[in-house]
Design a protein around this ligand. Structure first.
Ligand code: PLP
Length: 457
């Protein structure tokens, strides 16, 4: 096997696709801190979570013991329509960079939603349908999650109500139309349709919104409508769990050709694609079977892992969701607008936060101009126009490959290419015009936000 010539694209057979998701928490000796009830500060219970989330998803959220959770047959057959996704050897990029490093990327943009988010959307819609719900509510930042969820809901014939962060709603009208085509209703957030939306608008008139506000509006809409639940496309452990289909496929594909990665890289918004990609490999590391380096890449404008505090915080501005111990910039932190809308969440998944705290997961941040420069370089040589979010991982992979060029190391680098950038052309236009700005929060701004973290004693 090992001597086989490695193709540009490694595809798996359908029967090599995973039949169960991998739950990394089962293999963690020190587990992430429990979620807490936002009012009582007691550990969140299944009953409490089931009021907001679908029952089986709430179970997955709390499951820290089962290493494998079976993927239901209906979800597996949906996956087969657009998966397995290719693991591509970036031969052209390697040559262009003149690096001895070998670079692979797992490409998740091969579906209409244009990103990895469909992997969890279809699972969440499935459990909502199974529970007999009428529909689901959600937020979307850049629009990828809303698009993925609207596709999943139309497949299972569920109503889908999307609160879209207002800046994205205005910047990305085409995303909105894709969602509407799939039958979803799309409301710019903050909106007048919820109590929390009206309150935020009164306090911050003219705000472009944030993921935190949109989450709050969507949770309120779910709690006030019979037969609805709230679903979320990132941050939660259930989402990270569904996204392990990325890492499991990657692991099988690499093994098939006898390839051992040295470095695994992913962009990190709420952490689901990164967690999904690295989980099986972190599992190997925790069980002492192999060693890898893991890198989370975030925007300098929203640097939760690199500059945030590891503390309990609210997951949403409206303080309805459970409290989570995570790297956070503060639930009220509204990051400056940037073109990687999917990376604008104030916190980070609890598993990844704990791994970062234990020194297993490294983190770096980049400014958006350097990210777009990497995106341009990649697009011109590898033939894929990447999403700005994904381009954070590209930038880190290129930097790692250039370090190998200097040191002569032949490292194998694997990164997650989470999506395509066709709906991000406003960002590319600004970059091409030289009009892209870098926003980096000052220490004072962050300190002011940390001062508002909840105090739990
Ligand atoms: C949403 C999104 C991300 C970030 O979300 P994670 O939960 O951190 O994975 C990254 N890339 C793309 C293309 C996205 O749509």
């Amino acid at each position: 096997m090992a001597s086989k010539e490695i193709p540009y694209k490694i595809y798996l057979e359908e029967d090599e696709m995973p039949k169960a998701w991998y739950n990394l928490r089962a293999d963690m000796k020190v587990k992430p801190a429990p979620l807490l009830n936002p009012q009582t500060h007691e550990p969140a219970t299944l009953d409490m979570l089931s009021q907001v989330f679908c029952r089986e998803l709430a179970e997955q959220e709390l499951n820290v013991t089962d290493p494998y959770i079976e993927i239901p047959e209906e979800i597996r057959s949906f996956y087969k329509m657009y998966r397995p996704s290719p693991l591509v050897r970036a031969y052209c990029l390697e040559k262009k960079l003149g690096t001895p490093a070998k670079i692979y990327y797992k490409f998740e943009g091969n579906n209409t939603s244009g990103s990895h988010k469909l992997n969890s959307a279809i699972a969440q819609a499935y459990y909502a349908k199974k529970q007999g719900l009428k529909g689901v509510t959600t937020e979307t930042g850049a629009g990828q999650w809303g698009t993925a969820l609207s596709m999943a809901c139309s497949y299972f014939d569920l109503d889908c109500r999307v609160f879209m962060v207002k800046v994205s709603y205005e910047q990305k009208p085409f995303r909105r139309e894709v969602m509407r085509t799939y039958g979803a209703s799309v409301t710019p957030s903050p909106s007048e349709t919820t109590e929390i939306g009206r309150k935020i608008l009164a306090e911050h008139p003219g705000t472009g919104g944030s993921l935190g506000c949109a989450v709050s509006e969507a949770t309120e809409a779910a709690l006030t409508h019979e037969g609805y639940r709230y679903v979320l496309g990132s941050v939660l452990n259930q989402v990270l769990l569904h996204q392990t289909v990325i890492g499991l496929e990657t692991q099988t594909a690499l093994k098939k050709y006898g390839i051992k990665p040295d470095v695994l890289i992913g962009c990190a918004g709420g952490g689901s694609n990164l967690g999904g990609l690295i989980s099986p490999f972190v599992g190997e590391k925790l069980r002492g079977e192999a060693d890898y380096k893991f890198i989370a890449v975030e925007p300098a404008s929203c640097p939760s892992l690199t500059r945030g505090k590891y503390a309990y915080d609210y997951a949403d501005t409206g303080r309805i969701c459970p409290l989570a111990k995570m790297y956070t910039l503060g639930a009220d932190y509204i990051p400056a607008p940037n073109h990687a809308g999917g990376l604008r969440y104030h916190g980070m998944n609890t598993v990844l936060s704990e791994l970062h705290d234990q020194g297993i997961l490294d983190a770096v941040s980049y400014k958006q101009t350097e990210v777009f420069a990497a995106a341009e370089q990649f697009a011109r040589i590898e033939g894929i126009l990447p999403a700005p979010e994904s381009s954070h991982a590209i930038k880190a992979a290129i930097d790692e490959a250039l370090r190998c060029k200097e040191s002569g190391e032949e490292k194998t680098i694997v990164f997650g290419l989470t999506g395509t950038g066709y709906f991000d052309l406003a960002g590319y236009a600004k970059y091409n015009d030289g009009a892209l700005e870098n926003y980096i929060p000052t220490d004072e701004e962050l300190e002011a936000s940390f001062a508002k973290l909840p105090k739990l004693d």
